[in-house]
Design a protein. Sequence first.
Length: 202
Amino acid sequence: MSALQVGEAAPDFTLSDSIGEKVTLEQFKGKKVYLMSMRYSACMMCNLRVEQASDRVQKYKDAGVVILPVFNSKPEHLEERVSPKGFASRDMPILLDPNGEVMGKFGTKSSCMGSAFGVGPCIQEVKHCNLFEGLCGYFNLSMQHCGCLGCGTNPFAMPADILIDEEGKGVKANYGSAMGDHLTWKEVDTFAGVADESTPIM
């Protein structure tokens, strides 16, 4: 599928969250949505991004914005690797798209070069200067589970950030070129209509 264009209606979907409840995009009509297409559950940069998102949930909720992280993982892997960290909440359900079919409708990409098997770590540090933060927080998780090997998901999946307005139409879509290549939080703040000078740029 092609990338979501500005003003284009975002495709609706139904996915299960980390506690087995069904979540649809349609149910958030009337609110802005930040859809985060993550890689697999042992990805250190994905876990760092979700940790950062969890710190911003209340701020965005107050501004009428919903954060929806979507992991390309099976339920048992999410439960083992991500759920124990307590990131998920009523205000930020973590969704599962184990085959990548739903996020594929949004035009998500794959790249060997952008993954940990290529030059993804180098791209990450040059563009966002936060590779060390990911290594410090989640390197052991990634090594413990050998990345995504054996988990049945795409090892070359790239992240994406989809910003959707109250009418369910695309505002901006960022398709990452490396394993943790996301919109800056400043860009998400602007979309949400919030200002916080203390928000890190990356």
